[in-house]
Design a protein around this ligand. Structure first.
Ligand code: NDP
Length: 234
């Protein structure tokens, strides 16, 4: 059965791999972008998740085209790293607003559709760093840890209506976000990863697709690591 899927930040990186995986399985997939347009073959809506009005308009547009959103992947996210003592209010707030409050905004809007359908799958893209912490990432790690509490609260609130809420926590994935890391830091990181390599975005997409599938119907409030073993023990 083709489902209506919305992936925030699905115009590139991990989000795009997720969107393509759902598309390959025959689902009706929409992605958000912030002006770049949608990649070939995907239905795109312009949406900055920090703006509640844009979130509302994007959902209306997607639902007019594809029907009520049944699968939400809250993937849009940013980093703005620096050490705690140098981190400004603005830097802290900006990352929380995009990663955590942005996910709240899309989850809230998706929940109203899912409640009417008495079915839904919400998947939040967190990070290994949300569980283990990372130097220079007080804002980012806090936002990603916050997603776990949020997903688990949603799982409890909406579980009786066949709506699941789960978290995927990737380790280091080959995207523009990690391209920016200095070579030295990349080497250091890979030294700590049991699988000794970064993930391909498609490997994150596989876990997300599974969480949205019928096979995962009894999985909710879970945190699924896709991190090459980096966070073992969480
Ligand atoms: P990229 O930097 O490649 O892409 C980020 C995506 O998020 C883009 O589509 C971007 O849109 C979108 N985005 C950012 N801010 C907003 C906003 N305010 N409103 C709407 N869209 C926004 O990142 P990745 O693909 O690497 O990361 C995707 C997710 O996975 C993020 O949440 C990230 O934290 C997480 N993650 C990534 C890891 C990695 O190693 N790469 C590891 C663990 C987690 P635009 O094109 O308009 O900028």
């Amino acid at each position: 059965m083709a489902r209506s899927v919305l992936v925030t930040g699905g115009n590139r990186g991990i989000g795009l791999a997720i969107a393509r995986a759902f598309q390959a399985a025959g689902d009706k997939v929409a992605v958000t972008h912030r002006g770049s347009g949608a990649p070939e073959g995907l239905f795109g809506v312009q949406c900055d998740v920090t703006d509640p009005d844009q979130v509302a308009a994007a959902f209306d547009e997607v639902e007019a085209a594809h029907g009520r959103v049944e699968v939400l992947v809250a993937n849009a996210g940013i980093t703005d790293d620096t050490l705690l003592l140098r981190m400004s209010e603005e830097q802290f707030g900006r990352v929380i607003d995009a990663n955590l409050a942005g996910s709240y905004r899309v989850a809230k809007r998706a929940a109203s559709s899912m409640l009417r359908n008495r079915f839904g799958r919400m998947i939040f893209i967190s990070s290994v760093v949300g569980l283990s912490g990372g130097p220079g990432q007080v804002n980012y790690a806090a936002s990603k840890a916050g997603l776990v509490g949020m997903a688990r609260s949603i799982a409890r609130e909406l579980g009786s209506r066949s709506i699941t809420a789960n978290v995927v926590a990737p380790g280091y994935v080959k995207t523009e976000m990690t391209d920016d890391l200095p070579e030295e830091r990349k080497k250091e990181i890979l030294g700590q990863v049991p699988l000794s390599r970064m993930a391909d975005p498609e490997e994150v997409a596989g876990a997300v697709r599974w969480l949205a599938s019928d096979e995962a119907g009894y999985v909710t409030g879970a945190v699924i690591p896709v991190d090459g073993g980096l966070g073992m023990g969480h």
